[in-house]
Design a protein around this ligand. Structure first.
Ligand SMILES: Cc1cc2nc3c(=O)[nH]c(=O)nc-3n(C[C@H](O)[C@H](O)[C@H](O)COP(=O)(O)OP(=O)(O)OC[C@H]3O[C@@H](n4cnc5c(N)ncnc54)[C@H](O)[C@@H]3O)c2cc1C
Length: 506
């Protein structure tokens, strides 16, 4: 094979150093550059990604006495958390005690399978149950984070344990970043490749300065990859979930969740788990245009939904629950609509998912061709190709429940936040299938070390965050859970502490 020589600038904590030559022949793995023998580590712990996981890892390592460097390709820290409302899951906090809620690791474990499909004796699930308060809640509280709650939703179990960060996701990451020395994060630095030496030990990262396109290598004693999930790579999502292959999927993640870090780790033989555990929502409509965006509409949860058989199929009030999202995705031919009548249509507003995006009124949705009309239910059913008799029966039963004429509903267990649909004309809005969060990913052991497909740790390599399916690789079974930022912070702290310990020879 022709030797491929790369001339790279070698960047240390204090700026670019002398050039080094890289020889890709020696690792035996195509595409993975070898570290020249004798290359000196420039930092103890190198982190890729300054999201909630990478920041938690960096702070933990830095407080343990390690020198730390974070490579972040954007010009700001925070990643997905900058888009997030900041719901977190804890079991046994002062906020819960004040609200008279009895919760504990044992209670969380007892309920775990019911709302995640996960295995309560999985070591990472047990670790999450026992550590979410001391390692995450108490640590963040000490950093100044405060929460409202506790609340309950479809994906958090029957015990109220959803805590909402005051100030949302941006306040969370700002609190974790604040203690770090300003120079720790190198912005505009895009990791391209993980570097190993001849023994297979990870020794650094080849990265590109996005300002001038110049490539560098930073050598480190240990590396933590915290590059986020792959939910914005819809092709990969479809590959992991063949049942979604022909569905119109919409983004519920942020653009940075492109899965590039997954590819970096897979190139080294890192194992993955549970990649099909894709958290789906049904809380919006497809945005007009050719893209994969959605528009969020809280009104959807107060309306009846139906499929192309004219049948209801899920508890619409749980639009932010992963079980309802999955039920939406399973409908025949991928079709499902929310039913509106004239009074409701007049009040509808759908919001952009972009942090500063504009909202659209019903009139604007209609002008964009998103709304199907019917002077009565039969005409609407005809326009959609839905059986009119089935639709009429379903709508009558739904209205009877909302009005209290029927005691039970086929799906809902509360009349809260429901609206009758009785005043023509009628309208149908398509319900999007929204790809939100990745609950499978790179497999790591309880120290955050990436393991290879044979189950052995890859020397020097750690991972954390949504890249690891929030933590560990396989916290859940079929569904995700609300408040997984708690697991993201836990995984970051675990990896940061263990990487620092290894680097410092503790
Ligand atoms: C709209 C929205 C709302 C949400 N709401 C909630 C919520 O209420 N509760 C909850 O628990 N979760 C929520 N989430 C999910 C949660 O925000 C994420 O799971 C979590 O923030 C992921 O953190 P992370 O650090 O693992 O990854 P990320 O936040 O994606 O961070 C990864 C970082 O790595 C950087 N990076 C990636 N590749 C490279 C590279 N090659 N080189 C250098 N840097 C790189 C990225 O720029 C980014 O800064 C929400 C997500 C979205 C999009």
């Amino acid at each position: 094979m022709t030797p491929l020589l790369l001339l790279l600038a070698c960047e240390g904590p204090d700026g670019p150093g002398p050039g080094v030559k890289e020889d890709e022949r020696d690792t035996g793995t195509p595409g993975i550059a070898a570290t020249p023998d004798g290359a000196t580590p420039q930092v103890d712990v190198l982190v890729i990604g300054a999201g909630a996981a990478g920041l938690s890892a960096a702070l933990e390592a830095w407080r343990a006495g390690a020198s730390v460097r974070v490579l972040e390709r954007e010009e700001d820290f925070g990643g997905a958390a900058n888009w997030a409302g900041g719901l977190m899951l804890f079991s046994g906090t002062p906020v819960q005690v004040d609200a008279g809620v009895a919760d504990s690791p044992a209670t969380l474990l007892a309920e775990w399978a019911s709302f995640t499909g996960g295995d309560p004796v999985d070591p990472w699930v047990m670790s999450f149950a026992t550590q979410n308060v001391p390692m995450v809640h108490d640590w963040l509280a000490e950093l100044g984070v405060t929460w409202n709650g506790p609340g309950t939703d479809a994906s958090s179990g029957p015990t109220p344990r959803v805590h909402e960060v005051e100030g949302g996701g941006p306040a969370l990451v700002a609190a974790i970043e604040a203690p770090l020395d300003g120079g720790v994060i190198r912005y505009g630095a895009e990791a391209l490749e993980i570097v190993r030496n001849r023994t297979g030990r990870v020794t650094g990262v080849r990265w590109k300065d996005r300002d001038d396109d110049v490539e560098h290598v930073t050598y480190a004693r240990t590396l933590i990859v915290a590059t986020g999930g792959f939910m914005h790579d819809l092709e990969r999502v479809r590959a992991e979930r063949p049942d979604l292959a022909d569905r119109d999927l919409r983004y519920g993640s942020w653009p940075g969740a492109d899965g590039n870090g997954l590819a970096l780790v897979e190139a080294l033989g890192g194992a993955t788990e549970n990649l099909g555990a894709v958290g789906l929502y049904a809380h919006g409509v497809p945005a007009p245009g050719d893209g994969h965006e959605e528009l969020l509409g809280s009104v959807l949860s107060a309306l009846p939904w139906f499929n192309n058989l004219g049948e209801r199929f899920a508890d619409e009030s749980e639009a932010n629950g992963f079980a309802t999202g999955q039920a939406r995705a399973e409908q025949p031919d991928g079709d499902a609509w929310a039913l509106l009548d004239a009074p409701t249509a007049g009040t509808v507003v759908f919001d952009s998912t972009e942090p500063d995006g504009a909202s659209l009124s019903f009139m604007e949705l209609d002008a964009a061709g998103l709304v199907v009309h019917g002077a009565d239910l039969a005409e609407l059913a005809g326009a959609l190709g839905v059986d009119p008799g089935t639709l009429a029966t379903e709508v009558t039963a739904y209205n009877d429940y909302v009005l209290g004429r029927a005691e039970t509903d086929a799906f809902r267990d509360s009349r809260d936040r429901t609206r009758t649909v009785m005043a023509p004309p009628y309208y149908a809005l398509p319900i999007a299938i929204t790809v939100a969060k990745g609950f499978g990913g790179v497999e790591v052991d309880l120290s955050g070390r990436v393991v290879d497909t044979a189950g052995a740790p890859i020397p020097g390599l750690y991972a954390a965050g949504e890249l690891t399916g929030m933590a560990g690789g396989s916290l859940v079974g079929d569904y995700g859970f609300t408040g997984s930022l708690s697991a993201v912070v836990l995984g970051g702290r675990v990896a940061g502490g263990a990487a620092a310990s290894e680097a410092l020879g503790d």
